[in-house]
Design a binder for this molecule. Structure first.
Ligand code: BTN
Length: 322
């Protein structure tokens, strides 16, 4: 009901009385005033004038389910959304929902994570409302080997969304960090639950530094935020919508396939290609020149003897970046 009232207020450019809303929805005046109070608690600024009624004057500036749902017109991703004030990790929370049967496309966001996870066993930190922590559950009807495309396609979708919405020139550091210049803006962590030949679900977690102005000492030299890069505050709910729409287009509408077009688009946005890189194989550190992305999203590296080696996971250091 809160969503319905929020929508009525959003669509009205003049005051609308509690009576009108209650008649329109077939609920009591008390129920309307209770819902308006809850919406105000969520950050909707709603003016209330005696004998005139309510007027929505400002949309929430913090993450809010109702605000995201207004703007979203995707068919699958985000049809079910939950925004949490605080959680350990949105990925862990959503994996639990996944194991309980949550539908494909379910999205969980949190204003704060207390145990955010990064790739390779690292942590992902951000203070309340500084960043966006977002996880998406998908149930591709594929085998584990067929979904290696999720990582590059997510990187592509998020990079595009940020560039379009924030007018930034961000790039992808293979496999799917999003960077601006030499600093990291977004980290992505995909996890999966699968049987031998069938994926049960994947959970892709996206952490975006939005309003951060400082970072912990150990990452301060290589981390940045949308605010630091643009000097501007953006509507986080609209940014989330832009990301979800791009994810739907790249992942769902492409049936999780890394098409030739997606590979070409990824390569154009990939900051790793054309640079010297170092990666580990077993215990050995190997260096070479990143020359491309394969059809399954692996990084192709030309070694000093001219052969091409493909890298499909792990840590890659890119000269001049990190
Ligand atoms: C990385 O760069 O190492 C990946 C960072 C991924 C962070 C996001 S924030 C939302 C989701 N929940 C988590 O615990 N991690 C991911």
């Amino acid at each position: 009901m809160q969503t319905k009232i929020a929508k009525i207020l959003y669509e009205s450019d003049k005051h609308i009385s509690g009576q009108q809303i209650s008649e329109q929805l077939g609920v009591s005046r008390q129920a309307v005033s209770k819902a308006v109070k809850s919406l105000r608690d969520k950050g909707f600024e709603i003016e209330s004038i005696t004998n005139k009624g309510y007027l929505l004057t400002k949309m929430p500036q913090k993450l809010c389910e109702e605000a995201i749902s207004f703007y979203l017109d995707t068919k699958l991703i985000g049809r079910k959304i939950e925004v949490l004030d605080t959680v350990g990790s949105t990925n862990d929370y959503l994996k639990k929902l996944g194991s309980q049967g949550a539908q494909s496309g379910t999205v969980v966001l949190a204003r704060e994570q207390t145990a955010g996870k990064g790739r390779l066993g690292r942590t992902w930190q951000s203070k309340k409302d500084d960043g966006i922590a977002l996880s998406v559950l998908l149930r591709p009807e594929k085998s584990p080997a067929e979904i290696s495309s999720i990582t590059p396609l997510t990187g592509l979708a998020v990079c595009r969304a940020i560039n379009d919405f924030c007018r930034l020139d961000s790039r992808i550091k293979w496999p799917n960090d999003i960077i601006v210049g030499k600093k990291k803006l977004v980290g992505i962590l995909t996890e999966m639950s699968a049987e031998f030949d069938r994926v049960d679900y994947t959970v892709t977690g996206i952490g975006i530094n939005v309003k951060n102005t400082t970072f912990p000492d150990d990452i301060a030299h290589k981390a940045t935020s949308v605010l630091l890069e643009t000097g501007r505050h953006f509507d986080v709910n609209k940014l989330v919508v832009c990301i979800l729409k791009n994810l739907e287009r790249e992942l769902v509408e492409n049936h999780y396939n890394l098409s030739g077009t997606s590979v070409a688009d990824y390569q154009l946005l990939c900051a790793t290609i054309g640079r010297s890189v170092t990666f580990t194989r077993g215990r050995r550190k190997i260096s070479g020149m990143a020359v491309g992305i394969s059809n399954s999203g692996e990084l192709e590296v030309m070694l000093s003897n001219g052969t091409i080696s493909t890298v499909n996971s792990g840590e890659v250091t890119v000269q001049g970046i990190y």
